[in-house]
Structure formats: C-alpha cells, structure tokens
Write a protein that binds this ligand. Structure first.
Ligand code: PEP
Ligand code: MN
Length: 340
C-alpha cells in the first residue's frame, strides 16, 4: 500500500511526511499529470489508512505491481533523464550513445569521440572497468581510462557514460562520469544498486542476461527507492538456447517495459548480437519497437580492439547506421537527439 499526498506542501501532507520519517517510511516526490505528488512507502508499521482518513488531500493506492516507484500506477508521465543540461534520454527524441567497448588509449578515445560526435551521437561511451569472463583478459584502463574518456567527452562536447563494477569505484566514477552504467552482470547486485541509488547521478541499468522483465524493474526499484529517480533501462539481450547470436535481443521487452514503467528504455544491439553485421537490423527494430535510444559500440580498428571488436562498428559504418536511423525515427515521429 502507498499513501499518496496530492498536495505535498499542504499542512496535512507535511505532517504526514514528518510522521513517516520517524516511523521507517519514506516520501518520494513524483511528477505526474496531476502535478507533483508525494508517495509514502512504509515498511508496514505505519497505519497508512488512518493517516489517509485525516485529509482529503491524502489517498491510498494499492499498485498491482511490486515495482511501486518504477511502475505507472502513481507516476503516469514519462520520465525524461537530463544529462548535465546537455543531453536528454526519454520524452521523444532518440538518444544515441556510442563509443568503444573499452578505452584503450588517448588517441583511440579521442578519434572515436570525434567520429561519433560528427555522426550525431548524443553521448560518448567507453569502459574503464571491464567485467571480463577471463581474469587474464584486458580488464580496462581503470581510472586513467576514465580520465581520458572525460577529456575526450569535454573536447567534443559530449556527456560520457562508463560502467562501475565495484562499490569502491562509485565515488570517482560519479565524480568523472555523467551517467553511471550498471552492467548486465551487476543487474541484481542489490547492495551495489542501493549504493548507486544514493548517488545523485543518472544511472543506466542494463538488463541481466538471466533477468525477467519483472526482476529488471525490481532492480530499477532498488535505485529509485534510494531516491535516485534518474534511471534509464537498457535491454541488451538475454541468454537463450540460440547460439547464432551472443545473446537474444528481447525486442518484446521494449513495448512491455514502455507500458509498465515511466522510465526511458534504450537498446544495446551490440552486446545482444555479438556480431557487427546484425547491429543495423537490430537497431532499426529497436527504434521501430519504440526504444528511446540506442547504445552502439564503435571502434576504428575492430580487429585490434582489446574487447568486443567483433561487435563493434567502424566509424564509417556508424555513419551509415545513423543515416539509416534518421528516416525511421522520422516515421516514428521522433528526431535524433543531438547534444547541446
Ligand atoms: C558493456 O557495455 O561494455 C558491457 C559490458 O555490457 P553488458 O553489461 O551488457 O554485458
Ligand atoms: Mn562491450
């Protein structure tokens, strides 16, 4: 059960919020079509119904889904995540995030940043802390790589996104990056989710490869329940019996998520496909299915890439992809978002 305060600044609502704070409840302000409301979530020790009876501005809602803050039961308007006033994800325009799987050198990330920016990407990606299957594989350049990514983003005027693998790195990643990425392997690392939820940075949460849509939304709920409402969901393929692709892109997840949550939903065809030739058809399919954006791996020399070369587009192929996306986005009533 959730107590909804329709006039969050009214005396009754303020009293209800103050009462809750001392009894293990928490109030979340949410922008809805009815204006801002405050949703009070409790742990069961508070008599929410009694409190609701105290004022006409209070009501009780019992959402059908367990993801109370991520669902549409209370917040009925789409969330638009604004990235440092320079880019936005959700709310219409299509946001394309592009860059290499991993930052490998200053020259590599600089060149890629320039190319993806010129092609119309809104956000630059690059992994500094890499989750690799083998402990002997390249693990990323760490903080040094993150600094190079920051410099490249600043040089071309693009916000940056990078993955945080370990709770110890949240501080520096939150300081240097504009969006914190939580990778598929950490989608259900609940203690990491809680810690990242307490940081005031937009978060991109990738769907775990064995995670159902409901579980995915519950992972998002961990972030929201800590007070971070700037969450972007990313479908990146799930594990199935099929071996022709690295993962199976769950295209149905896009319209299903869009119906169930107000959070923006983007698609990463690179990690779904595992092969660059499939990126264009899957990216087009994702946009046709209603995705708010895409994440695409781009590398100027895929054959020598230290990670995920086979699924990376060469810059000129990324140019082609962006050209192919424009008319489809137009047909869907969306533009491709640039960066301010
Ligand atoms: C990545 O984006 O580089 C990555 C490791 O993705 P995922 O967590 O989806 O495997
Ligand atoms: Mn990768």
């Amino acid at each position: 059960m959730v107590l909804v305060l329709n006039e969050p600044e009214s005396p009754h609502a303020l009293k209800a919020k103050a009462d809750c704070a001392t009894r293990g409840c928490r109030a979340y302000d949410l922008a809805t079509s009815r204006g801002t409301v405050s949703a009070v979530l409790g742990l069961g020790s508070v008599d929410l119904e009694r409190m609701a009876g105290e004022s006409t501005s209070l009501s009780v809602v019992t959402p059908k889904s367990p993801y109370i803050l991520a669902g549409r039961a209370i917040k009925d308007t789409d969330t638009v995540v604004t990235i440092r006033e320079r880019a936005q994800i959700g709310g219409g325009p299509l946001a394309v995030i592009a860059g290499p799987c991993s930052i490998e050198s200053e020259a590599q990330i600089m060149e890629t940043a320039e190319r993806v920016r010129a092609a119309g990407a809104a956000i630059l990606r690059g992994g500094a802390f890499k989750p690799r299957t083998s402990p002997y594989a390249f693990q990323g350049m760490g903080l040094e790589g993150l600094r190079l990514l920051r410099r490249a983003g600043d040089a071309v005027g693009l916000p940056i996104i990078t993955e945080v693998l370990d709770a110890d790195d949240i501080g520096p990643v939150a300081e240097l990056a504009d969006i914190i990425q939580i990778g598929a392997r950490n989608c259900q690392n609940f203690s990491l989710l809680r810690k990242i939820g307490r940081v005031g940075r937009p978060v991109l949460l990738k769907r775990g490869m064995m995670v159902t849509i409901e579980e995915f939304l519950m992972s998002a709920e961990y972030l929201l329940s800590e007070g971070n409402m700037n969450v972007i969901l990313c479908e990146r393929g799930i594990r199935t019996f099929e071996t022709e692709t690295r993962n199976t892109l769950d295209i149905s997840a896009v319209p299903i998520l869009k119906a169930k949550t107000h959070l923006p939903v983007i698609v990463d065809p690179s990690h779904a496909a595992g092969t660059w030739t499939l990126i264009r058809p899957l990216a087009l399919a994702a946009v046709a299915a209603g995705a708010d954006g895409l994440m695409i791996e781009v590398h100027s020399s895929p054959e020598t890439a230290l990670c995920d070369g086979g699924q990376s587009l060469r810059p000129y192929r990324f140019d082609e992809l962006m050209s192919a996306l424009a008319p489809l986005a137009g047909a869907m009533g969306r533009a491709i978002a640039g960066s301010a």
